[in-house]
Design a protein around this ligand. Structure first.
Ligand code: LLP
Length: 464
């Protein structure tokens, strides 16, 4: 197993734009050395490069708009920020300012999106089991409800229609299609194939029937079709295949008099996590390839090119964030073939569950100094009571790595904070925004006192 660490200069795609190894030997982010970033701040902390995040959002929005732009009168392309990757008001607001919409999947995400100022017409709602409360908020917000509620089952046609009628509105809906394309970095994040819970089968004709029913429903406005094939997908051809199948359905629907104004091709665009991963296709590459494919498929199917959107989460925010940990115990452990150095840090699976959940790989570099010591293969582990609490199974760090050093783990912006837990009653880390030598909290760190707020033994509240 090879170490997979890379300094910002060697693999810039793994690091935020502002990351640089300074002359002082420290890692700098947002124009500050880590010593300044961490002054008065506890580790672990997620550090978000604000310019990097805004830039990625802007590039997604621009690439989609430009690659799909086809002259005046054409709809073009759009990108929605999948808020689940890093659900924060800051991220949703900046995504909108950059020209993206916001994709949500729960009452919490939808509420924060609206609170953050996302225009309702630029917001979408997903879910295989939406609550009445979620649907009500989606339909009644703003002058005409949110831009799209994505229908995920046949029974939702009536359910959404009924709530819309009650509220005196027409709900704008899309239909989620299971296109049968199997893709994604891990079985748990592949979503387009058969025998999984999302969407309506294209092959079995369910998607067509439900789209037709939605289009006929007096209280619904059928906007178009949606597909999401999975997550951490490197192969653009998988998206192309899914898009091709969707265009086939657009044609079938056109033949029965149902026009389809929009196609959402979902999220799932991969990022590189370590130097062992290839550089992922750029947003521009993605948008260009999709535009080429959708245009040519529409031309051969004889249907007009619809508005095309995508819904990236990970690729907007993953590389914008670096987690900073403080090294504690450094311990040599005998193994079958010798010994391994275990470097323990002050967080772990509570701030990054992805290695344990998906076998995800991460790397780390020494961030507070450089060292002339030779590099050795170490295992970076957290402080939780599980041997699977591993941040990086193989990382090469200078042999003199010691208590008090700061480690920087890149590419932790997506599904890090989002999936964080209080396991072992660790307070969840905050997210600190850095830009131009300034720092600000984007998500406050939890305190031990926050952990006790819900403990009914310590903080008694009456039971209803
Ligand atoms: N749209 C829909 C309908 C989705 O379900 C998802 C992700 C996205 C967009 C955004 O996908 P992205 O571009 O971020 O890959 N916790 C897993 C990822 C789960 C993704 C769930 N849905 C992980 O840490 O890898």
């Amino acid at each position: 197993m090879h170490a997979v660490n890379a300094e910002p200069a060697d693999r810039p795609d793994l690091w935020p734009w502002s990351a640089v190894r300074g002359d002082d030997g420290q890692l700098h982010l947002g124009g500050m050395p880590v010593s300044q970033i961490l002054a008065g701040i506890h580790t672990p902390v997620y550090v978000l490069d604000q310019a990097d995040f805004k830039g990625r959002a802007y590039v997604w929005a621009t690439a989609m708009a430009e690659e799909f732009w086809d002259g005046y009168g054409m709809n073009g392309g759009r990108a929605y920020y999948a808020a689940k990757a890093f659900p924060s008001g800051y991220a949703m607001r900046e995504a909108v300012s950059a020209g993206m919409g916001v994709d949500t999947a729960s009452l919490g995400e939808l509420t924060v999106a609206l609170q953050a100022g996302a225009p309702p017409e630029d917001v979408g709602l997903h879910g295989n089991n939406k609550s009445d409360e979620e649907l009500r908020l989606a339909i009644q917000t703003g002058p005409a409800g949110i831009g799209r509620i994505v229908i995920d089952s046949e029974e939702e046609v009536e359910r959404i229609g009924e709530i819309a009628r009650e509220l005196g509105r027409r709900a704008r809906v899309m239909v989620r299609v299971a296109t049968g394309v199997h893709a994604g970095g891990h079985e748990f994040v592949a979503t387009g194939h058969a025998d999984q819970k999302f969407g309506l089968s294209l092959a079995a004709g369910d998607a067509k029937r439900v789209a037709w029913r939605a289009a006929e429903h007096p209280d619904l406005q059928f906007v178009g079709l949606h597909a999401h094939i999975g997550s951490q997908v490197f192969e653009l051809e998988a998206f192309v295949q899914s898009a091709t199948r969707l265009v086939g359905l657009v044609k079938e629907l056109q033949e029965v008099g149902v026009p389809c104004g929009e196609l959402d091709l979902g999220g799932g665009y991969a990022v590189a996590y370590t130097a062992a991963d290839p550089v992922a296709p750029s947003q521009r590459d993605v948008a260009r390839r999709l535009a080429e494919a959708v245009r040519s498929e529409c031309a051969s199917a004889g249907v007009p090119v619809p508005l095309v959107s995508v819904e990236p989460g990970r690729s907007v925010v993953a590389p914008s964030v670096v987690t900073l940990y403080r090294v504690g115990t450094v311990k040599p452990v005998p193994t079958e073939s010798g010994r391994r150095i275990y470097v323990s840090v002050d967080g772990g699976m509570s701030d990054n569950i992805r290695p344990a959940l998906y076998g995800a790989r991460y790397s780390a570099i020494l961030a507070n100094r450089t060292s002339p010591a030779p590099l050795v293969d170490v295992r970076i582990v957290g402080k939780h009571c599980e041997s699977g609490d591993i941040i990086a199974a193989h990382a090469s760090l200078p042999q003199d790595v010691r208590r008090g050093d700061v480690l920087a783990v890149p590419v932790t912006g997506a599904y890090g904070h989002a999936l964080a837990s209080n396991y072992n009653l660790l307070p969840r880390p905050g997210t600190l925004g850095v830009e131009n030598g300034q720092k600000q909290w984007i998500i406050y760190p939890e305190q031990i006192s926050d952990l006790m707020v819900r403990d009914a033994f310590i903080n008694a509240r009456p039971t209803p």
